[in-house]
Design a protein around this ligand. Structure first.
Ligand code: GRG
Length: 297
């Protein structure tokens, strides 16, 4: 990957992201909050972002036979959880980052206390979104279960990343796989599975989409590890090179750049294979996966 190469997201992703953007704006605009908290939520949610996870929710819903609108609320909930995780991840006690999405991180802009509280708010807004959208109870329960489990796994992954505590029998590669699948993979997989739930997908489509999301989720983080090595900070919208500086466990750090690229290619193929049973319904997801595998920011 070269820091000068660019990779434009495919139209299907851009279209889904535009739908999400509007919905996020509406949600943040319409919630009744003190102005300072609303400004903080606005900065955390609406300050850029590729919207990959919620776009996957919409595209997986469509791939399973539903319509994007059926999954808009669930997708928004996924992005709220993601934005919350970024706000807390950037805090001094965790990754201590000053720039995110090309803007000051929330605690730099509004102070640590407000950043912690705005993060808490976004997590509650995510679940409120699912319960309040008027879906049948069984669907809401399924979505809540998926998003709760993914949130727990994200926290577990972040604990491994920040504090440690890996099972003793794991070597470095095992630790890496466990950490990445939890920290990043779990929310991406859940985003995909939630799309299938919103489409009332068949069991076979649900299984295919879960397998797709599992491979795409791990792949996303390995690509992220490589971007941290040779990404361009202006494009990435945050500092790069921090993983190595902080002695973080990363794919390139443990297995090297070449093996990391090979792992990305293997996972891209696993994801593509998982989509085969969806036939032409999986085409947009396949294109998005190809972009995810070679993105530079
Ligand atoms: C309760 C969900 C939750 C989290 C608390 C702080 C924390 C525990 C977890 C941090 C998880 C984290 C930030 C993982 C990194 C994942 C990642 C690759 C983020 C960047 O995602 P992009 O590239 O970012 O999709 P944009 O800005 O485009 O949305």
């Amino acid at each position: 990957m070269s820091s000068t190469s660019t990779s434009q997201p495919p139209p299907a992703l851009l279209h889904a992201a535009a739908l999400i953007e509007k919905e996020l704006e509406k949600r943040v605009q319409n919630i009744d909050l003190p102005p300072n908290l609303k400004d903080a939520a606005h900065h955390a949610v609406l300050g850029g972002g590729k919207r990959v996870r919620p776009a996957l929710t919409l595209l997986c819903c469509e791939a399973a036979g539903g319509e994007a609108n059926d999954a808009l609320s669930a997708a928004t909930a996924v992005e709220f959880v993601h934005c919350f995780s970024l706000v807390h991840d950037d805090l001094p006690a965790l990754d201590d980052d000053a720039i995110r999405r090309g803007l000051p991180t929330l605690h730099i802009k509004v102070g640590e206390a407000m950043a912690v509280l705005a993060g808490d708010l976004l997590l509650a807004m995510a679940f409120e979104q699912i319960v309040a959208d008027g879906s049948p109870d069984a669907r809401s329960a399924g979505l809540t279960r998926l998003l709760t489990t993914a949130t727990i796994h994200t926290v577990i992954g972040q604990v491994y990343d920040t504090v440690g505590g890996f099972p003793e029998h794991l070597d470095a590669e095992g630790q890496l796989d466990l950490m990445h699948r939890n920290k990043t993979g779990s929310l991406i997989q859940a985003a995909c599975e939630m799309g299938a739930v919103c489409a009332d997908a068949t069991e076979s489509d649900k299984k295919a989409i879960a397998a797709f999301g599992r491979a795409a989720g791990l792949m996303f983080q390995i690509v992220d590890d490589l971007i941290d090595i040779d990404g361009c900070p202006d494009l990435v919208g945050k500092a790069v090179g921090k993983d190595a500086d902080m002695g973080k466990l990363t794919f390139p750090g443990v297995v090297g750049d070449e093996a990391s690229r090979q792992a990305i290619e293997t996972l891209r193929q696993v994801a593509a294979d998982a989509l085969k049973s969806l036939n032409s319904r999986g085409e947009d997801l396949k294109t998005v996966t190809e972009w995810m595998a070679q993105r530079t920011h």
